[in-house]
Design a binder for this molecule. Sequence first.
Ligand SMILES: NC(=O)c1ccc[n+]([C@@H]2O[C@H](COP(=O)([O-])OP(=O)(O)OC[C@H]3O[C@@H](n4cnc5c(N)ncnc54)[C@H](OP(=O)(O)O)[C@@H]3O)[C@@H](O)[C@H]2O)c1
Length: 329
Amino acid sequence: MTNLKAVAMAEPMLATPDAPTFYFIGVTTSQSSSRRMFPLWMQALERPDVLLAGIDLEIHADPDRYRQVVAHIRREPLALGALVTTHKIDLLAAARDLFDELGPFAQTTQEVSSIAKENGRLIGRATDPVAGGLSLDAILGQDYFARAGGHLLLLGAGGSAVALTLRLIQKTRPAERPQRIVVVNRSPARLARLQQMVEQSNKGPIQFDYIQNNVPQRNDELLAALPPASVVINATGMGKDTPGSPLTDDALFPYNGVVWELNYRGALDFMRQAQAQQAARNLTIADGWDYFVHGWSQVISHVLHVQIDPPLFARLSQLATAARTASGH
Ligand SMILES: NC(=O)c1ccc[n+]([C@@H]2O[C@H](COP(=O)([O-])OP(=O)(O)OC[C@H]3O[C@@H](n4cnc5c(N)ncnc54)[C@H](OP(=O)(O)O)[C@@H]3O)[C@@H](O)[C@H]2O)c1
């Protein structure tokens, strides 16, 4: 693993890179499976010269910190670009003027998960609508909502919640859309932001309920009110970025329901709560592994300007799984 640079640079100033560098902007980047996966992917893509450098920032970091990071990538010729997790909304809000262009999803969702350079111009894109959408489609299978009829409870209204909502409201066939989506968030600002995006893009008849709440017992009540076969997604980051779960241990998941924890590492308390009643409630449970692999492959494709076709994706996915097994996540 020669091309793995020391990760997690939490110090105020970023060092000038002395080799082509791909940045990974997150909260606890050194614990990600990407540390092991990245060198394998670079070998497969014939770019073993590219280093991975993690930048750990606290959640809702100071806007100046985001600007420093984006300005560094913009300025340094050997800084090739970055994958952004968790800070996708805050980073764009703080540093929008430092981008030369935003992709269409970045404009709609007001977030950036991919920072790439094209002919010296800095391009920000949002990859979650596609990466999260592909993962959700795989978890649910075709025409899930027509077959099963449940609602969707989205715990959290941040970047990934916005992306998944956009994906669902853009579905043209009613069989692929839930009748109702309940979105819960701690702060009113994120809820308002998601609501605004929905009101601009929702052409279909999905009913939305927006609930500002961070009390787990209230989330338990919302869960209990769902019809059978509903889909419940933990998009709060609790169980990885912050401790705990948005639900209490007494929460009862919908019978025949689908439970998706967006993360694949950390304590994953929410997923453990679902696993404890998997057999009794006949639950389908998924973690965020496929989402992770889709997201990384998209950003790598933007930053390194490589086409990742299905056979190459299959190869990268295989390498990612090998790296995951080795890291024990
Ligand atoms: N597997 C993958 O590849 C993948 C891809 C995307 C995301 N993820 C993971 O999914 C999680 C969410 O990502 P994101 O980008 O959407 O993050 P984000 O933009 O930070 O959104 C998280 C949202 O959850 C809200 N929240 C936190 N605790 C809450 C609680 N107890 N009750 C209600 N709302 C609460 C936050 O509200 P405030 O506004 O009050 O902070 C925030 O709006 C992260 O942990 C991320 O790592 C994984």
